[in-house]
Design a protein around this ligand. Structure first.
Ligand SMILES: *Cc1c(COP(=O)(O)O)cnc(C)c1O
Length: 813
């Protein structure tokens, strides 16, 4: 049989055995499932092999704990990483099946809000591709981030029932379930040996069942594991069956399962609800228990645990790993406090993701004590010892000690616990780490300077370039060969072509095709026709005041005003594209969405504009939508108030796809500028230093900015009935800008408008613009998460690559 015939037979047989249908009877969804199942079979062999090798070689393992993993779709990237994407495409095509249609059957695994969750997903991809033994640990939310629908320009939220057809990628491991305990009473009882024994009684037991998702390295036989935990009732829990009152038993079951029911939709905002704390302890305890169990099976005692295991926490959400590991080491393994503490600190490392005060987690003591009595006792003891250590360093400095304490004024400060109980604290971009050291965590830096380090974020170039932009990938390979795929830093050799007019035209042609693909999507879905000669100016990310979509919106209104005043105004036609979700309870962010949609309604149909301006809001931003947006962008809007965006990763996806950044000196924009040089990025606005200085002195007066007549006009238009919506709609937004302007929108307006004019001129010079695009692509290798993960592996985790077997099985390479 030829290879195609073999595939055809296997595909047809799998359709029968898995679904009980004939191929001719199967729907697109069925075909997707069958293709996934066939690939999963192939993956499973490597998965078992990888786990065997890790176990037998006894190599140090890393567990990356994150409350979010924003994976997106997996079929395309799994085919790519298994090295069979092209083969399967052809084989399916010979069956009359379009692979890309099958890919679209898969719902996004939207188990994250934004950057933090997507970072975790990129990291897993890079670690596996670098042969690194790094595994994810998280929550199997039944519902991912809500689906956003725009109704009359307003965001509405629908449940994201991503598991309704099951998932081909997860494997339930019922035999690996563990018990997690909440509530109850804890007593310390003396034993014959003189040690105290901990007795936890009357607790609420919840069964944690792991669902494992394979994480496939790029053409390298490594298959790591993302373990997602599901909450279920304990099989012998008497509350779960009650013959006299079955409804009560059902209700009980729901209470248990609700722990992993939903993802909280708040991005960079702290949610102080008990259910959230339950989620945090649930996956942390389950994850650690399963790590310890595996470790003990091989090694017996936990005395050298920290030599073989590293646990990384993605922000403070999993910080309870610190007291939980202490609990296991002391209460279950009988270690002394000092030995347990040493092992715990050596094991745990922590990434800080934000300095926004509203995002810093602090849990009321009363809630923690009731929900997790033993864990709270341990946190109290950690706090006491930590404060004693502080007293040793700073005797009499009460204010300093209070400011650094883990427990203070009735709250447990999770970031303080994370710094005290870990061996490494990293920020996610140079400027962010500097602000941590100099400002937000200054005192902790003075105490533990050796713990602090920077790891600038990255994105996987496999999903965001190779998969999302095949046209550009092929063009790059034809110009410099394919070694950039394994070594993205080699993209740098493209820069010698930055002045090559013909190559510039080829890059522009690819961009043009990607813009047409996106324009088709917008035409089909929204009925809006776009001019692909226009600048595609894109801002896609969560909607948050600090990210300043409102600055972009006010400036669009300003262009519109100028066009109305002078219909012959000479501007390069521009399409402003937006996408992003607002937290359902974030009133002003939701008003910004409505404002942008009002602008679209007003501008898109006004004949005065003559199609030189369009505003489109794409609904339901997600990884999959991003994959068609980034390749089509000319301009990347990264306009957060300086100091507020820890890193950003959307900025990197745009750059890698040849968009020019229009940004502030914030987050990784600063490093993008370092890479491409001042001529290949457009920077505007206050610096972080200036912003922080304004906050400290309180000397910013937004009303003074109203001296600018253009700005005054757009602000008036927000609430004078100019917009096609009830006049009061944007009053709160208007007032927040005039009265406080916490994010310096008015202050940066003029500078932003000038930067936009500069973009206009640069784009009109086609040769120049193409050169800028090429330089951005060429310098984007630094922002591959392969670079980031190598730095974590060497600098924090101290792990080595573990190559798995020989690539004899590969069908392509
Ligand atoms: C990359 C990404 C983000 C992060 O974008 P920022 O611009 O860095 O905030 C958020 N959501 C999705 C779906 C992404 O792919």
């Amino acid at each position: 049989m030829s290879q195609h015939e073999e595939f055809r037979a296997a595909f047809s047989e799998k359709t029968q055995t898995l679904l009980g249908k004939s191929l001719s009877d199967s729907s697109l969804q069925d075909k997707y499932t069958v293709l996934g199942a066939l690939l999963r079979d192939q993956i499973s062999q490597l998965w078992v092999k990888t786990n065997d090798e890790y176990l037998h070689r006894g190599e140090r393992q890393v567990y990356y704990f994150s409350i979010e993993f924003l994976l997106g779709r997996l079929l395309g990237s799994n085919l790519l990483n298994m090295g069979v994407a092209e083969t399967r495409r052809q084989e399916l095509s010979s069956l009359g099946i379009d692979l890309s249609q099958l890919e679209q059957q898969e719902p996004d695994a939207g188990l994250g809000n934004g950057g933090l969750g997507r970072l975790a997903a990129c990291f897993l991809d890079s670690a596996a591709s670098l042969h690194l033994p790094v595994h994810g640990c998280g929550i199997r939310y039944k519902y991912g981030l809500f689906e956003q629908k725009l109704v009359d320009g307003y965001q509405t939220e629908l449940p994201d029932n991503w598991l309704k057809n099951g998932s081909v990628w997860e494997m339930r491991k019922g035999d690996k379930a563990v018990e997690v305990r909440f509530y109850g009473q804890v007593q310390l009882k003396p034993t014959d040996s003189g040690r105290l024994k901990v007795e936890h009684t009357n607790y609420w037991p919840v069964l944690a069942v792991p669902y494992d998702v394979p994480v496939i390295g790029f053409n390298n036989q490594t298959v790591n594991t993302l373990r997602l935990w599901n909450a279920e009732v304990m099989p012998d829990d008497p509350n779960s069956f009650d013959r006299t009152n079955p409804l009560k038993a059902l209700e009980y079951r729901y209470t248990v399962e609700s722990i992993t029911e939903i993802l909280y939709p708040d991005d960079t905002h702290y949610e102080g609800r008990v259910l959230r704390l339950k989620q945090q302890y649930f996956f942390v305890s389950a994850g650690l228990q399963s790590i310890v169990r595996r470790y003990k099976k091989k090694n017996g005692s936990l005395a050298d645990f920290d030599e073989k295991i590293a646990v990384h926490i993605n922000d403070t959400h999993p910080v309870l790993v610190i007291p939980e590991l202490m609990r296991i080491l002391m209460d279950q393994e009988g270690m002394s406090w000092d030995q347990a503490w040493q092992i715990t600190v050596n094991t745990v490392s922590y990434t800080n993701h934000t300095i926004l005060p509203e995002a810093l987690e602090k849990w009321p003591v009363d809630i923690l004590r009731e929900l997790l009595p033993r864990i709270f006792m341990i946190i109290e003891e950690i706090n006491e010892r930590f404060c004693r250590e502080l007293w040793g360093h700073y005797p009499g400095e009460w204010n300093r000690i209070a400011a650094m304490a883990i427990i203070n004024e009735g709250y447990v400060h999770m970031a303080h616990l994370a710094v005290a109980g870990s061996n490494s604290v990293n920020g996610v971009a140079k400027i962010h780490t500097e602000i941590l050291k100099k400002d937000v965590m200054k005192r902790f830096y003075q105490l533990y300077p050796y713990k602090f380090n920077n790891k600038t974020n990255g994105i996987t170039h496999r999903r965001w370039l190779l998969k999302a932009n095949p046209g550009l990938s092929k063009l790059i390979t034809s110009a410099i060969g394919s070694s950039w795929i394994h070594h993205p830093a080699y993209l740098a050799s493209l820069s010698r072509l930055a002045g090559d007019v013909a190559f510039g035209e080829s890059v522009a042609a690819v961009k043009r095709a990607n813009k047409e693909r996106l324009a088709r999507h917008i035409q089909d879905k929204y009925g809006i026709t776009l001019d692909c000669n226009a600048i595609f100016d894109v801002q896609v990310k969560r909607i948050h005041l600090y990210k300043r979509q409102q600055l972009n919106a006010l400036h669009i209104l300003d262009i519109y005003n100028r066009l109305r005043e002078n219909p012959d105004l000479d501007i390069t036609p521009r399409v402003f594209l937006f996408a992003g979700k607002a937290a359902p309870g974030y009133y002003l962010a939701k008003r910004v969405i409505k404002l942008i949609n009002c602008l679209g309604e007003l501008i898109n149909n006004d004949p005065i504009v003559r199609d030189r301006l369009k505003v489109v809001y794409l609904e339901n931003y997600s990884v999959s939508l991003g994959e068609i947006i980034f390749p089509a962008a000319d301009v990347s809007e990264q306009i957060s108030t300086a100091s507020k965006e820890a890193s950003g990763t959307g900025n990197m996806k745009f750059m890698m796809n040849g968009a020019v950044t229009l940004g502030t000196m914030d987050g990784a924009n600063i490093e993008i500028r370092e890479e491409v040089g001042d001529d290949n990025i457009v920077i505007f606005g206050l610096t972080a230093e200036e912003v922080i200085n304004y906050y400290q002195t309180g000397s910013y007066r937004p009303r003074e900015m109203l001296a600018d007549p253009r700005l005054r006009l757009v602000l008036d238009q927000l609430c004078n009935g100019f917009l096609p919506t009830p006049a009061a709609e944007f009053c709160a937004l208007h007032d927040s800008l005039i009265d406080y302007d916490e994010y310096f929108v008015l202050k940066d307006f003029a500078s932003y408008a000038d930067a936009q004019t500069k973009i206009d001129r640069l784009f009109a010079d086609r040769k120049r613009w193409n050169g800028m695009a090429i330089r951005n692509i060429a310098q984007s290798g630094f922002f591959s998460s392969d670079r980031t993960i190598s730095e974590y592996a060497i600098g924090i985790w101290k792990i080595n690559p573990v190559p798995i077997g020989n690539p004899y099985w590969m069908e392509e390479s």
